[in-house]
Design a protein around this ligand. Structure first.
Ligand SMILES: Nc1nc2c(ncn2[C@@H]2O[C@H](COP(=O)(O)OP(=O)(O)OP(=O)(O)O)[C@@H](O)[C@H]2O)c(=O)[nH]1
Length: 656
């Protein structure tokens, strides 16, 4: 019984991990020590809501650990590392993909404060998480690595915070490595230089920058006093009617949907009847509390506080991020809310074994309960059967989703080449969004019905040491980029901005960027709408039959290079079969490239003379295992790797 209770507790703590409970990686001081009657004590003047934003790997999660330790929210244990990175994929990849909230109590000059900290992801694909998390804050710690200096996501995140009028505290991290030759830039970490960079890029006062080491704890004790003294307390009146902003939600397999709310006005008590402004659905608040750092019920939340509410919501889709909750019979003006997340990269996901369709569907539904930014549509491919066309925020997001399907749900899937959403403007003025190459108009159809083909464009920011200026400009040039801006951040670092087609950066742009800059360049982008483009659909044919799941849309200038490359790559992964396999790439009826896989003999044990039964069995088993991972397309067996190899041309993870 006790064991069951412990397991239940442990998986509840990980409700955000879509039901796949992780072992508790840390010891929380929370549930036992939280003074349950404490929340009324924290009036708005004794609350600070702040986030930590930075480029990837600049130390946000490590700093969050130190702050949680300092305030006694978690105990000091060597095993307490990146405690707010709760997902398995986050721990394995060492990145944050989901913003996490934690409340702390901190005494400053004899007064106790309730501090609410939100650790945000650094990667561009998850900037949607950052922007909505900032709506629950009045200030932010802008963290910059003392070796690397300002990077592209530092700039992007700074502007997100700036546009929301937040107080920004500059923090230079990793100053402990001051006397060590920094492996990244091969120059000593130089906090003064970084402070000057921040001054020039963001117009902040360099003397206000805190210089800390999140790892060793140096100067970390200066952070919370600065938070209290510099960041304004939230405005809000607990005597007014309830206005609660829903800014995050997740599905917990035991209690259902958990909503994270920022109470802008009024109070939210257990048992209250509340209404969603978006849907007008009515709910009962069954449990309310603070994230300390796990869910700790407090019975009530008051104006200015950030916490969770479990209400009688049946379906996670009812939780509309940006919604306003109000108390039944006391309607209020809804808060502005947020733009919904826009999918920028689409890919088909299919079960390797068609029998696993129902199981995979269940896994996708569960996973998307905790990631509403994934766009889901059923799709049928002639080649792969029934599956889904999923929309993601970027290729890292896609890769993380695939990894979570495989790790948390043991799914075996085929992911097709990612594509961006193209636009077809018809002659009658109608606009059609094309999310899958299979829907792209045929060459015969275009002259009669289509007036323009368009592709999505982005404004990319690249930051790198000045000696890489040539290779970086060349890279952007070969990717059909147009230079927009050029600025020296200091004597060593340059920032350039390029207008680029999104399709060019969801392929291997990031890998190229890293290899041509020896790893020193960083980049970020924002969408800037659609632009006319000379697009064509390229088909892949196996023994003369087009495979719809392998089709892609390209700029006309790329057909020759990609066509030849794909034919070669497929030849490399398609095993020899009983008959010859012709691989062709083609645009309409024009063949671009052809490769041939010669025929082979079927009997894998033919060379196994004599009576060695175990060896024969081994070979046959191997052949059977191999077959399991094959997809039969007409008469040709296509391995899972065929899709992967094109994706890698292809789908780099676009961010790390
Ligand atoms: N030397 C040194 N290393 C640090 C310091 N702070 C963090 N690190 C290391 O930097 C790496 C990245 O730290 P994280 O805390 O995961 O960085 P993050 O900003 O949360 O990363 P993302 O969530 O991926 O954006 C880890 O290996 C940390 O141990 C520091 O003060 N000094």
């Amino acid at each position: 019984m006790l064991l069951q209770l412990a397991l239940r507790q442990s998986s509840r703590a990980c409700g955000r991990c879509s039901g796949a409970a992780l072992p508790r990686a840390y010891t929380s001081a929370s549930a036992l020590h939280w003074p349950r009657s404490a929340s009324p004590e924290f009036t708005t003047d004794r609350i600070r809501n702040f986030s930590v934003i930075a480029h990837i790997d600049h130390g946000k999660s490590t700093l969050a650990d130190r702050l949680l330790e300092m305030t006694g929210t978690i105990s000091k244990r060597s095993s307490n590392k990146q405690v707010l990175d709760k997902l398995e994929v986050e721990r394995e990849r060492g990145i944050t993909v989901k913003a996490q909230t934690a409340s702390m109590i901190y005494e400053h000059k004899g007064t106790r404060y309730l501090l609410n900290l939100i650790d945000t992801p650094g990667h561009v694909d998850f900037s949607y998480e950052v922007s909505r998390s900032l709506s629950a804050c009045q200030g932010t710690l802008l963290l910059v690595d003392a070796c690397q200096g300002i990077q592209a996501q530092t700039v992007a995140n700074f502007f997100l915070a700036f546009s929301q009028d937040l107080t920004i505290i500059p923090v230079i991290n990793k100053v402990a490595s001051l006397y060590v030759v920094c492996a990244i830039d091969m120059v000593a970490a130089d906090p003064e230089r970084i402070a000057r960079q921040m001054e020039s890029a963001f117009d902040v006062d360099a003397s206000e920058a805190l210089k800390v080491s999140a790892k060793t704890g140096i100067n970390v004790d200066q952070i919370l006093p600065a938070v209290i003294e510099r960041i304004p307390s939230p405005v809000g009146d607990r005597e007014k009617p309830l206005r609660a902003l829903l800014f995050d939600s997740w599905y917990d397999q035991y209690v259902g949907v958990v909503c994270l709310v920022a109470i802008k006005d009024g109070q939210l008590r257990k048992g209250d009847r509340i209404v969603s402004s978006h849907t007008e659905n009515k709910y009962e608040a069954m449990e309310v509390g603070l994230m300390y750092p796990e869910q700790v019920p407090t019975g009530a939340l008051y104006a200015g506080q950030v916490g969770y509410v479990v209400c009688s919501m049946k379906n996670a889709k009812e939780a509309h991020i940006g919604d306003t909750f109000y108390r039944l019979k006391h309607p209020v003006e809804p808060l502005p809310g947020f733009e919904p997340a826009k999918s920028m990269v689409f890919a088909g996901i299919y079960p390797v074994d068609a029998d696993d369709f129902a199981q995979l569907e269940e896994s996708i539904v569960k996973l998307t309960l905790n990631d509403a930014s994934v766009n889901v549509q059923k799709e049928t491919s002639l080649a792969l059967g029934q599956g889904w066309r999923l929309g993601f925020l970027g290729t890292l997001h896609l890769d993380v989703f695939r990894q979570r399907l495989e790790q948390e749900y043991a799914a075996s899937v085929i992911v097709t080449q990612p594509t961006v959403p193209f636009k077809v403007v018809m002659k009658d003025g109608k606009e059609v969004l094309i999310r899958t190459p299979a829907d792209f108009p045929s060459p015969e159809h275009i002259p009669h019905h289509v007036s323009e083909l368009q592709e999505p464009m982005v404004l990319a920011t690249l930051i790198f040491p000045s000696e890489y200026l040539g290779p970086m400009m060349e890279l952007c040039g070969t990717r059909r980029g147009e230079q927009q801006e050029y600025q020296y951040l200091d004597d060593h670092r340059v920032m350039i901005k390029y207008k680029l087609p999104l399709a060019e950066i969801v392929t291997d742009f990031y890998d190229e960027l890293k290899s041509r800059s020896s790893g020193f360049a960083s980049f970020d982008y924002e969408e800037i709408g659609y632009q006319e483009s000379d697009l064509v659909k390229m088909d892949v044919l196996l023994n003369g039959k087009p495979v719809d799941a392998l089709a892609t849309v390209l700029h006309r200038s790329q057909i020759q290079v990609v066509g030849r490359d794909w034919a070669k790559r497929l030849k490399g992964v398609i095993q020899r079969q009983l008959f010859e396999v012709a691989i062709q790439t083609a645009v309409g009826s024009r063949v671009i490239a052809r490769e041939t896989v010669p025929a082979m003999r079927k009997n894998v044990t033919a060379k196994c003379y004599g009576g060695d039964v175990t060896r024969k069995m081994k070979l046959l088993n191997k052949q059977r295992e191999g077959k399991k991972r094959m997809k039969r397309l007409g008469s040709v067996d296509l391995p899972q790797e065929a899709f992967l190899t094109l994706m890698n041309k292809g789908g780099s993870t676009g961010g790390r």
